[in-house]
Design a protein around this ligand. Structure first.
Ligand code: 0X9
Ligand code: ZN
Length: 310
């Protein structure tokens, strides 16, 4: 039912998740962590040999994609990871000692908008009361050092941080999940999928000063980059660095919040490959499969490290 040869509509992505929940009830649990501004569910899939039981939780890996809705290559990476874990029985060992929590599309209103109105929309679709323009950059709206730089207070900006931290239903859904179910978990690794440019970025985003565990973050990032490159049919080459040094300063991003507010020490943003200029966010459908395959090799390399270490 999924080929990764074309981009899926939101309802196709969601139908696939629901199908897996029904077909593999012992290992797959699909739930909604909340609703978007326009009322769409934000779906989370758990893949675990303990099924839906949260009290038997093992070390966890948390993945999201699609927070920036125009970055269309990101949800397929999450969906391919899900597909490989659940439907390729040779990967069953990957969820024996680790529980996977994956949100394949964190900005469903925005994704719908990119498919129907404006392919290059980045933000969510909520209109801040009294503001001239629509949409908040959800990756500036998280509450660790919010508005500390590289974020805008102008609603018309692509990096508008929102009126306050967690002002948006989509970021609230992630926070509410993390402060409820998430508190019972031991999240070892957080990965957030974006495009573009082929970067593996670790905190901090808000400042160039490195974290206490930057050495480990860098080493594991390099391990993933090497696995991706070794499995690449399209010549991918990743740069591994702190977000603020490798790319630019940005605050209110998910990965800083996961590490800074929740102690998820291994916290990364992946910037996946792009299409040819000027179609940066529009990587052709025929490249979905090579990208998702090679990226899964990187995710697997990180998983192996998690399993070795804990
Ligand atoms: O700006 C962002 O939110 C991310 N890049 S994107 O082109 N996908 O929008 C990067 C966030 C990582 N943090 C920093 N680069 N500081
Ligand atoms: Zn992005």
């Amino acid at each position: 039912s999924v080929t990764f040869r074309s981009y899926m509509l939101l309802n196709e992505q969601y139908a696939y998740l629901q199908h897996l929940g029904q077909a593999y009830p012992d290992i797959v649990t699909v739930s909604s962590i909340g609703r978007s501004h326009e009322g769409r569910d934000i779906l989370l899939i758990k893949i675990s040999s303990s099924g839906s039981n949260t009290y038997l939780s093992k070390p966890a890996i948390l993945i999201d994609a699609g927070i920036h809705c125009r970055e269309w290559i990101a949800p397929p990476v999450a969906l391919y990871t899900i597909h490989q874990l659940v439907e390729n029985s040779s990967n069953a060992a990957l969820y024996q000692n680790v529980d996977w929590y994956i949100i394949p599309n964190l900005n469903p209103d925005g994704y719908e908008y990119t498919t129907t109105v404006n392919r290059l929309w980045r933000k969510n679709r909520r209109h801040t009361v009294g503001a001239p323009c629509v949409g908040t950059d959800l990756n500036r709206n998280f509450g660790y050092c919010w508005m500390c730089g590289g974020a805008s207070s102008n609603s018309c900006s692509e990096t508008y941080a929102g009126p306050e931290p967690f002002s948006e239903p989509e970021s609230q859904a992630v926070r509410n999940w993390l402060l409820s179910v998430g508190l019972l978990l031991d999240i070892k690794l957080y990965l957030s999928f974006h495009s573009f440019g082929e970067y593996i970025l670790y905190p901090w985003s808000y400042q160039q000063t490195l974290t206490d565990n930057a050495d480990v973050l860098h080493q594991l990032g390099v391990r993933a980059a090497e696995a991706i490159e070794a499995n690449s049919d399209i010549g991918s080459h990743y740069e591994v660095n702190s977000s603020a040094i490798g790319l630019y300063i940005a605050s209110g991003v998910t990965s800083d919040w996961m590490k800074g507010s929740h102690g998820v020490n291994l916290s990364y943003i992946f910037e996946l490959p792009n299409g040819d200029a000027p179609f940066w966010f529009m990587i052709p459908a025929r490249q979905i499969l090579p990208v998702v395959r090679e990226t899964f090799a990187g995710i697997r390399a990180m998983f192996e490290y998690i399993e070795e270490t804990f």
